[in-house]
Design a protein around this ligand. Structure first.
Ligand SMILES: [Zn+2]
Length: 264
C-alpha cells in the first residue's frame, strides 16, 4: 500500500496522496490512547481536567519532556546513591550486623537501616541510638552471603539478577520480618515471574509464612495446574512432612479445580 508514513519511496517520486496503512493508523491511535491514559492518571488539581491529546501534533514534545524527566530522575538517583559508596568504602559506619552462621559481622549505618526498615528503626530506637560505634545487631536467620545481599539491596534499591535468584526466599522472609515493603514487593514480582514446577512448592511455603495472599493464590493455582509433575516429585515428600496444612490446601484446591472442570 502507498502509505504516506511508512513508504520507502522518496517523497518527490510519490504521487500526491495522503493515505496511511492500517498498521500506521493503529499505531497512531494507540500512541494517542497511551498518552491520554498517562495524562488522566497523572496527579493534578482535582478541579482541573487534563488537556487530552487528540492528534499526534504534540507527541514529539511529550516524548522529549518524558526523556528530560527521566534524565533528571537519573541524576537524582546518582545524587542519592552516595550511601552505597559509604557502605562500600565503610565510611563512618556506626553499627555491626552479625549473620547467624559463622562469618565476620558487616559494618553498616544506623540511619540507613532505620529509614529502610521500620523494625530496625524500632530496634535502634529502643537502644536510644546512643550506643557506641561497636554496637552489634544479630540477624540469626541469614547467613553471611544473604546478609550481604540484603544490605546491598537496602543501600542500592536493587540487586543483580543472579543474587536475587540465589537468595530470593531468604530475602523475602527478611523483608517480611524487618518490614521492608519495597523488597517484599520486588520479591513477590520475581517469584511470580519465575514460577516453575521445580520451585512452586518453595514459593507456596514462603507466601504462606509471609501471609502474601496474592502470591499464595498464584502458587496454589500453578501447583494445581502442574499437579502431576509436582506431587510425584521427591521434593513433595519432604514438603508434606514440613507443611501438612499446605498439603491439605493443595488437595482442596485440586478437588475444586476438578469440580469446576467437570461442570463446564
Ligand atoms: Zn504505514
Amino acid at each position: 500500500m502507498d502509505c504516506t508514513i511508512c513508504t520507502s519511496m522518496p517523497v518527490m517520486l510519490r504521487p500526491p496522496r495522503n493515505i496511511i496503512c492500517s498498521t500506521c493508523y493503529e499505531g497512531a491511535r494507540s500512541v494517542i490512547f497511551f498518552i491520554n491514559k498517562q495524562l488522566q492518571t497523572a496527579q493534578g488539581p482535582a478541579d482541573q481536567k487534563p488537556n487530552l491529546c487528540k492528534t499526534l501534533e504534540n507527541v514529539s514534545k511529550w516524548v522529549r519532556d518524558m526523556k528530560a524527566e527521566s534524565e533528571e530522575l537519573g541524576e537524582k538517583i546518582r545524587f542519592l546513591s552516595g550511601f552505597s559508596v559509604a557502605f562500600r568504602d565503610q565510611i563512618h559506619t556506626d553499627i555491626l550486623l552479625q549473620p547467624g552462621e559463622s562469618g565476620p559481622p558487616i559494618p553498616a549505618h544506623k540511619a540507613l537501616l532505620a529509614i529502610r526498615s521500620e523494625v530496625f528503626n524500632n530496634i535502634l530506637d529502643s537502644d536510644g541510638c546512643k550506643a557506641p560505634a561497636t554496637d552489634t545487631v544479630k540477624l540469626p536467620e541469614l547467613n553471611h552471603e544473604e546478609l550481604e545481599s540484603l544490605l546491598e539491596f537496602l543501600y542500592n534499591g536493587d540487586l543483580p539478577e543472579d543474587k536475587m535468584n540465589k537468595h530470593i526466599y531468604s530475602l523475602s522472609l527478611a523483608a517480611d520480618k524487618y518490614g521492608i515493603s519495597y523488597l517484599q514487593k520486588l520479591c513477590e514480582c520475581h517469584m511470580l515471574k519465575s514460577m516453575s514446577p521445580a520451585n512452586a512448592l518453595d514459593v507456596l511455603e514462603v507466601a504462606d509464612v509471609c501471609s502474601s495472599l496474592k502470591l499464595k493464590e498464584n502458587a496454589l493455582d500453578y501447583i494445581v495446574k502442574n499437579m502431576h509433575d509436582i506431587v510425584f516429585s521427591a521434593k513433595y515428600d519432604s514438603f508434606a512432612l514440613k507443611n501438612p496444612h499446605l498439603c491439605v490446601q493443595i488437595s482442596r484446591a485440586s478437588l475444586m479445580d476438578a469440580k469446576r472442570k467437570s461442570v463446564s
